[in-house]
Every structure is written in structure tokens, then in C-alpha cells.
Design a protein around this ligand. Structure first.
Ligand SMILES: Cc1ncc(COP(=O)(O)O)c(C=O)c1O
Length: 453
């Protein structure tokens, strides 16, 4: 195992940790691959050797369709009595932010002379994005996917196969993202010479969390410029859902330096702010409640930032859902892409230092937000993104609820007058789940399916 801080003893560039979190907690057998990747990350991504970043930007534009729009959501702005803007990552090629990272890493693998890509996937969005990028850049691709996720994300499995990627079902454990990552790491460890592991979020050992964040930070780079043009100033807050946290860090990164920890420089009350501080809200999956069943080894949610404890998972120290004995609990969310027992180490650090506020909304609220955005704005959001959209409603309800107490009123007001919500992906992949779950839970906002009967 290695958790070396600042391996070359030089600048922050080689820093493997974010405060207490991150590191390289991997078996020795993986260290040569990690070191090779670290060197490639520093040369190609950070130093733009051989024009890597220029080529990456060109692919993002020509293949991916960047920049994505920042759209004023007129109906939501009226509903919540504040300016709401949506960062439309659902309009990126493939229908989710995942392509930003997949394109970057597949291209990096080519620069490193690798011949084969392996990737894990949860919702299937990262697998699909990787399969698309591998087909576009002409490299072999295998995707590991838990059996549960395969069954709840069938359209994405077909999409991966259509792009000629192998999809390897993972039957162990709960058959979701955690097990898929384990299997992919195992494959990588066995085939390091010709294979690169395209990890799908800001998780895993260094340099993955930094590298994935760097590829995703184009979201906030664009959003910062777009909001200044459209609204004449920086937003009061940015809201993004958090699974592993790659859309989250992508949406936050270029705003992280725009404020002290939130309690230090908030203006009081709902209204314009007198500074350019930007609050950052990471919305986790609250599932059916923030409880834990230690005996069964299950948490009916995926809120590791809000309720997890420090531990090591997939090569990094971070906040985790785990038992008192350190066993990782099985997480839950109605949204496959948020169903993960850990979270990226940088987010854990930003929460620990007070820069990012972790909040959560449950399955039902996310389903309601899915229908609300579809009806009011004509946008079908991914169930993951629906969690971020749902937080607007939660905050508004709390502000309206005089009985909810002083702290909760403050929380609602902290969104401020100008909010960016990251719509990380589109919801076509979720339609089967939404129809089934909305009927099962009696979600009022769901459309009638009578027409089929
Ligand atoms: C559309 C969408 N948003 C968000 C996520 C969660 O991932 P992350 O937290 O890394 O952005 C996923 C994961 O599959 C996704 O498909």
C-alpha cells in the first residue's frame, strides 16, 4: 500500500491528497500502472505535452458539441422567485456530462500507447460515453456493469453493444457500481501493460480524482463565463447532484475559490448579495431515509457526504457508508448513477472544510422533480440530475414553512437570487424506471399511462 504525499517532494502538482482525503491505497501490483498514469497526467494534461489538451478541446467541440448552453429556466424562476439557470450537460453528445471525462481518458490512453480500454459503469452513462469515445478514437473497449444495473438500464446496455463494446455482467454483491469498480480494477491489475482503466468519476487512487475533475471542469469554466454574460455577475449558488461527484466537481471547480467557507461571508436573508461569494450545494441521494441497517449491511440511501464516516474505498481515503467494523454497506437510490457507498475525496475535503454544503433529497422528491422539469420546462432530466432540481423545491418549501425553524429558513435563503443547477444528463435512459416507480409510489405529478391500457 502507498499513500505517499507529494511523491516527488515538489510542488502541489504531485500532491496525492486533498487534506486528509485521497491518496493511493492500492496493492503494490497496481503501483507501476498508477505511476505511469501519474506521469502521463502531468505531462499531457497539466503541461499540454504534444498538444494533448488542444486536441482534447477540439474533440469536445467537434464530437461532443461543446459548449453546452446555460439556459434561463423561465418557469422555475417564476416558481421559486429567483433567477434559475440550467447548465445543459444533458445536451452533450451521449446525453450526459460523462463524455467530458471519457473523451479525455480515452485520448490519454492513446497518447500512452495503450491498446485496450476497460471501464466500469453504474447508470450506464459512463459506459456509453466510454464506448462512444473508444469507437470514435478507434480503440478496443470492455465495460463491467453490475447485474442489477444491467437490468435497470437496458437501453444503455444496447447502446454500448451498438458501439461494439463488450459488456461484462458483474454478479457479486448487490450487482451495482461498487462491485463493477472492483472487477474493473482487477482486470486493470492483470492487464496493465496494454490496458488503461477509464474510471467514471472523481474517485479511485491519485491521479484519478484530480484528472477526472480537470476533464470535467470545462462545465464550470463555461458556466462562469456564460452567467457573467447573461446575468452580469457570478451566481449566488451552484447546485449539482453527487454520486461519485464528477459532475459536481466539474460544476464547482472554477467557483471553489470564489468564497470563504459559507458561514463566513453570507449576506443574511433572501436577496442580492454584496460580494461575489458562490455557495456550492452537493445534493446526494437520500433514498428512503438516512438510516443504516448494520445487521443487514444496508443503507437505504447513498448520502456518504451527509452521513458517512472516514475510511478507504477503491484506493482512496474518503467519506463512506460503512459498518462499525469497517465493512462497506450496500447503498440505495432510485437513480442508478447515485447508488454508490463512497464519494470523491476532494468533495469529502471540501465538505470537511465547510466550502461545500452536503444536502440530500429522497427518491420520491427526485421523481417529482423529474416530472416537474419535464412539464414546466420541456426538459426530461436524468434521475441523477432530478435530485439537484428537487433541491430547489425543498429549499422553497422550507422558506415558505414558517414553522420549520430559523436554521431551515437560513438554509433556503442560502440559494440566493441567482442559482445555477447542473442538469448532468437527460432522462431517456430512466423512462422505464420512472414509469414503474411513479406508479408504485403514487407520485401525483406523474402522467397517466391510461392510453396504453
Ligand atoms: C446523468 C448523471 N448524472 C450524475 C451521475 C453521478 O455521477 P457523478 O457524481 O460522478 O457525476 C451519473 C452517473 O452515472 C449520471 O449518469
Amino acid at each position: 500500500m502507498s499513500d505517499t504525499n507529494d511523491m516527488n517532494g515538489a510542488s502541489g502538482m504531485n500532491e496525492t491528497k486533498f487534506g486528509e482525503y485521497g491518496g493511493q491505497y492500492v496493492p503494490e501490483v497496481l503501483m507501476p500502472a498508477i505511476e505511469e498514469l501519474q506521469s502521463a497526467y502531468e505531462r499531457y494534461v497539466l503541461e499540454n505535452e504534444d498538444g494533448f489538451m488542444d486536441e482534447f478541446r477540439r474533440h469536445l467541440r467537434d464530437f461532443g458539441g461543446r459548449p453546452t448552453p446555460l439556459q434561463r429556466a423561465d418557469a422555475l424562476s417564476e416558481r421559486y422567485d429567483r433567477e434559475v439557470y440550467l447548465k445543459r450537460e444533458d445536451l452533450l453528445h451521449g446525453g450526459a456530462h460523462k463524455l467530458n471525462n471519457a473523451l479525455g481518458q480515452v485520448l490519454l490512453a492513446k497518447y500512452m500507447g495503450k491498446e485496450r480500454i476497460v471501464a466500469e459503469t453504474g447508470a450506464g452513462q459512463h459506459g456509453t460515453a466510454t464506448a462512444m469515445a473508444a469507437s470514435y478514437l478507434d480503440i478496443d473497449c470492455e465495460v463491467f456493469m453490475g447485474r442489477t444495473d444491467i437490468n435497470r438500464q437496458r437501453p444503455n446496455v444496447f447502446r454500448m453493444r451498438t458501439h461494439d463494446a463488450e459488456v461484462n455482467p458483474v454478479d457479486v454483491g448487490s450487482g451495482t457500481l461498487k462491485e463493477a469498480i472492483n472487477e474493473t480494477m482487477r482486470d486493470w491489475a492483470t492487464n496493465v501493460e496494454d490496458t488503461h482503466y477509464v474510471i467514471g468519476s472523481v474517485v479511485g487512487p491519485h491521479p484519478f480524482p484530480k484528472m477526472v475533475r480537470d476533464f470535467q471542469s470545462v462545465i464550470s469554466e463555461e458556466a462562469r463565463e456564460q452567467i457573467r454574460k447573461k446575468a452580469g455577475r457570478l451566481p449566488d449558488s451552484v447546485v449539482a447532484c453527487a454520486g461519485g461527484g464528477s459532475n459536481t466537481m466539474g460544476a464547482f471547480h472554477n467557483f471553489v475559490d470564489d468564497a470563504e467557507p459559507r458561514s463566513a461571508n453570507r449576506s443574511s436573508g433572501h436577496g442580492p448579495r454584496d460580494d461575489e461569494s458562490v455557495s456550492l450545494f452537493a445534493v446526494e441521494a437520500g433514498g428512503s431515509g438516512l438510516t443504516i441497517d448494520e445487521d443487514e449491511g444496508v443503507a437505504p440511501h447513498s448520502a456518504s457526504l451527509s452521513s458517512g464516516q472516514d475510511g478507504v474505498l477503491h484506493g482512496a481515503r474518503t467519506k463512506l457508508l460503512q459498518s462499525g467494523d469497517g465493512q462497506i454497506l450496500e447503498s440505495h437510490s432510485v437513480s442508478a448513477g447515485l447508488d454508490y457507498s463512497g464519494v470523491g475525496p476532494e468533495l469529502a475535503h471540501l465538505v470537511e472544510t465547510g466550502r461545500v454544503t452536503p444536502v440530500n433529497v429522497g427518491d420520491d422528491a427526485a421523481l417529482e422533480a423529474f416530472h416537474r422539469l419535464s412539464k414546466l420546462e420541456g426538459i426530461i432530466p436524468a434521475l441523477e440530475s432530478s435530485h439537484a432540481v428537487a433541491y430547489l423545491e425543498r429549499a422553497a418549501q422550507r422558506a415558505a414553512d414558517g414553522s420549520s425553524g430559523h436554521d431551515q429558513r437560513d438554509e433556503a435563503d442560502e440559494l440566493g437570487d441567482l442559482v445555477i443547477v447542473n442538469v448532468s444528463g437527460r432522462g431517456d435512459k430512466d423512462l422505464d424506471t420512472v414509469i414503474e416507480e411513479s406508479a408504485k409510489r403514487g407520485i401525483d405529478a406523474a402522467p397517466s399511462m391510461e392510453v396504453f391500457e
